[in-house]
Design a protein around this ligand. Structure first.
Ligand code: DQA
Length: 145
């Protein structure tokens, strides 16, 4: 069994209540349950966390190299601002994928730049909660190559 961590950034704890026209009706715990099911199918154990705090996200990224076979991150609004998260991602030599529920390239100008995606292997966005499941499919291919 391989192990990955899925890290969720600020305000994603409000999924299902927050701008549902953009982010859909599923709560983060609904998405977590779908990810665990997909992980089981792929023989991947999933640790799923959320934090509104940039430092906590960076501390979680520092655990990846030692404890996990790969990582999926939705940095939420930190995507567009955090060089510190980018630096932490760059320090990880494991498969790593950024995901977003919404298509950040079809939204406001300030969302069109992902600073953090410069530190990952690839980016999946625009498929709602399915972006997470596509992320697991993609990371499974990188981990079990
Ligand atoms: C998001 C997109 C970000 O621009 C936004 O700040 C979020 C969610 C997404 O999953 O679509 O909080 O990361």
């Amino acid at each position: 069994m391989k192990k990955i961590i899925i890290i969720n950034g600020p305000n994603l704890n409000l999924l299902g209540q927050r701008e549902d026209d953009i982010y859909g009706n599923d709560s983060l715990s609904d998405i977590k349950a779908l990810c665990e099911k997909k992980g089981n199918e792929k023989s991947i154990k999933i640790t799923f966390i959320q934090s509104n705090n940039e430092g906590e996200i960076i501390n979680s990224l520092h655990t990846v190299e030692k404890n996990f076979d790969g990582l999926i991150i939705n940095p939420a609004a930190f995507t567009h601002s955090s060089i510190a998260i980018l630096d932490a991602l760059r320090a990880i030599n494991k498969p790593k994928i950024e995901i977003h529920l919404s298509n950040i390239y079809s939204r406001e100008e300030y969302r069109k730049k992902s600073i953090t995606s410069e530190g990952v292997h690839g980016l999946i966005c625009g498929f709602g909660g399915n972006s997470y499941l596509l992320g697991i499919e993609a990371i499974a291919k990188l981990i079990y190559k």
